[in-house]
Ligand binder design. Sequence first.
Ligand code: KIV
Ligand code: ZN
Length: 445
Amino acid sequence: SKKYRPYPQIDLPNRRWPNNVLTKAPIWLSTDLRDGNQSLIDPMDIDKKLKMFDLLVQIGYKEIEIGFPSASQIEFDFVRKLIEEKRIPDDVTIQALTQARTDLINRTVESLVGAKNAIVHVYNATSPLFREVVYNKTKAETVEIAVKGIQDIKAALAALPADVCAQTQWRLEYSPETFSMTELEFSKEICEAVMSEWGATPDNKVILNLPTTIEVATPNVFADQIEWMHTHLANRESAIISVHPHNDRGTGTACSELAILAGADRVEGCLFGNGERTGNVCLVNLAINLWSQGIDPEVDYSNINEVIRIAEECTQLPVGARHPWAGELVFTAFSGSHQDAIKKGLTRQKDREAAADGDTIMWEVPYLPIDPADLGRSYEAVIRVNAQSGKGGMAYLLERDYDLTLPRLLQVEVARAVQVLADDTGRELSSEQIHEVFVEEFIER
Ligand code: KIV
Ligand code: ZN
């Protein structure tokens, strides 16, 4: 067994947040089937949606946004199928998005009937740009839309037969869309109006989802906005503060992590950062970041290759070779100095594990922030040889695949011969090719 440690522990006298390291997993929400799906070239068909849903459940997500059921028949039918075919585990909550419009809210509630746990997620845009350019609404009218949305949800639930309504644990999520471009005082006003209309209490919390619908500032600015809401919101104990970072500036992960440090309770995102434009924050990245600091992310990525395979099949979007933690090359070293350090570290780690006699020891291997085996990755890909590599890499492959331990001086000679072939081909060399060079140049000659 092994452990990871939270880096860094810096003791600054006037530290902004009392605890500058993450200490526990947030509540996760996957919006792969909603924000992710709505941005695909070819949206998922029902089979793919089911596959994605099952994958999310298998990974361990307990809150899953399953679509926008009032937007199309296929979205509606999918929700009904999940419920009627009893495919939703009892500890999983499904969430459905709707605009704050009566007809859409009624249809959304209708789609969710019979689910054990459901969140109705209602939103309207709140920033000046959207109020003025898109909706031509004043601030007061914008608050009215949100409050009317909550009234409509309450009315739709009240209109259900009592026994039907009681089958479901109903919860509310409200998103002031474009939150990060909205005046903070106004965000507070509209969120408080929503909470009051719903009758939020600590036992009946409203999820306030504060999105960077479009990422427009550095992550510290978003964290300041979250901290401000966290410290200024009336009746804070009756709200769950959720964030929904998009990745327009490439800082969705930083926004999420800083937002948690600043007081957020929950994060919405997608596997491998699918979602509108540059995507939602990547849930895989966030979870394994926690894991790499010794914090249980409460989701299971111990078979990352299978997660990639299913996600790629459902979305038709390839996971990049350098995607954090998941890409094909992220645990691979080609360069000689890196290979040498990794080889020494892996050998030392093995010796320490053998000596530890079952006790937990820290993972300490240069250039490998976590053990690839934690994600179900083999060590085969860690050291690969091309013209950038030195003697360490080829010696490692000969030892691993051919049980050949070369003395140091011979390593230098063999590496020289291997280098000639690598330069000639300009390509990566397999261990078979390296072995052939060794046999031809040093055994048969
Ligand atoms: O990005 C966004 O603001 C959204 C909302 C609907 C939550 O997706
Ligand atoms: Zn979004």
